[in-house]
Design a protein around this ligand. Structure first.
Ligand code: ZN
Length: 156
C-alpha cells in the first residue's frame, strides 16, 4: 500500500498509448493496490495507470459502489448520449462539459486474470469512458464542449 504521485497535465506520459498487460505479475497487483490508495486519498472516482506514470492498461474506479479493478479494459458497447460536467485528478481545480454515452459496457480482466464485464450508466459510464481514454493518451479536455470550462479557484 502506497500513495503514488499523480502526474499533471503537461506531463508527456499522459499523452502516450499504454501497453496491454500480458501477464499479471505481483508488480501489477501492487500497482492496482497503490492506484486505489492514490485515488481514495485524492477523493477521485477513477484513476488510470499513466496518471501515476505507468504505461500499462490498468484502471481503478469507485463511484461509491465499491472498487472496480480493470486490466486491459475495452469498451465493447455504448448506447445513447448525455452531456455532463467532468473533471480529472491530472487537471485539478477544473471541470468542463463532455458528451458521453448513457450506457457503457466494458470487458476486462480482474487481478486473477478472470474475464469481467462491467456495465455502467451515469457517473460509472462517464468514469469507464474517461479512464479507458487515458490508456490511449486522451484527456477529457480533448472532447470537452467549447467554452464550458469552469475553474474552481478555491480547490484545495
Ligand atoms: Zn482523468
Amino acid at each position: 500500500m502506497a500513495i503514488r504521485e499523480i502526474r499533471l497535465k503537461g506531463d508527456e506520459i499522459l499523452r502516450k498509448k499504454c501497453k496491454e498487460v500480458k501477464e499479471i505479475t505481483p508488480k501489477i497487483t501492487t500497482l492496482l493496490d497503490d492506484m486505489a490508495d492514490t485515488m481514495y486519498q485524492a477523493n477521485g472516482v477513477g484513476l488510470a495507470a499513466p496518471q501515476v506514470g505507468i504505461l500499462k492498461r490498468v484502471v481503478v474506479i469507485d463511484t461509491g459502489e465499491g472498487l472496480i479493478e480493470m486490466i486491459n479494459p475495452v469498451v465493447v458497447e455504448t448506447k445513447g448520449a448525455v452531456v455532463g460536467d467532468e473533471g480529472c485528478l491530472s487537471l485539478p481545480g477544473k471541470t468542463a462539459q463532455v458528451e458521453r454515452p448513457e450506457y457503457v459496457k466494458v470487458e476486462a480482466l480482474d487481478r486473477n486474470g478472470e474475464k469481467i464485464v462491467v456495465e455502467g450508466t451515469e457517473l460509472l459510464a462517464v468514469a469507464l469512458c474517461h479512464e479507458t481514454d487515458h490508456l490511449d493518451g486522451i484527456l477529457y479536455t480533448d472532447k470537452a464542449l467549447p467554452d464550458t470550462e469552469t475553474i474552481w479557484e478555491d480547490k484545495e
